[in-house]
Design a binder for this molecule. Sequence first.
Ligand code: SF4
Ligand code: SF4
Length: 167
Amino acid sequence: MVLHVDNGMEVQEKHKIDFDFREKLDVIADGFRHNYCYQCGACVADCPSHNYSESFNPRLIMLKTLLGFEDELVQPDSEIWNCTNCYTCSERCPQDVRPVDIIIALKNLCVKTGKAPDSIQKISQAVMESGITTKATSVTERRRQELGLNPMKTYPVEDLKKIVEGE
Ligand code: SF4
Ligand code: SF4
């Protein structure tokens, strides 16, 4: 199902609101804020991703979130991945929706359900296994030695897992 935008918003097909999706987001940090969106569009004006491509529209993402378009939003090729996390929309929003936080919540839901792009899924896995985004190899360590750098630090991965899993 596709929401078509032309001269303002137009919903082309009947859509039954998926309240279960709202509830899923409500329990993710800051995910509940989408409920405050009244579709004013202030978040769109200075959005750099929107300025780059009009097909990216944070107001429309908030609307799809409210209506429960999970199949469109929670996907490896979802438009949410074009958000730069710049937080401009959060500064502009009069309702304190913090659209970027909703988009991050959607991204987290993608990772949790294995629906993030491969590259993101690999980065998330590396962070959970080593605490950093790129695993150090023996070649990395050798190069660091040659450059006179200290060995790579290790990180308390078990503590990190507890934070991520909300324990
Ligand atoms: S955080 Fe994302 S949605 Fe918000 S203004 Fe920046 S690019 Fe646009
Ligand atoms: S600025 Fe806030 S209230 Fe207005 S459309 Fe964007 S998220 Fe919704």
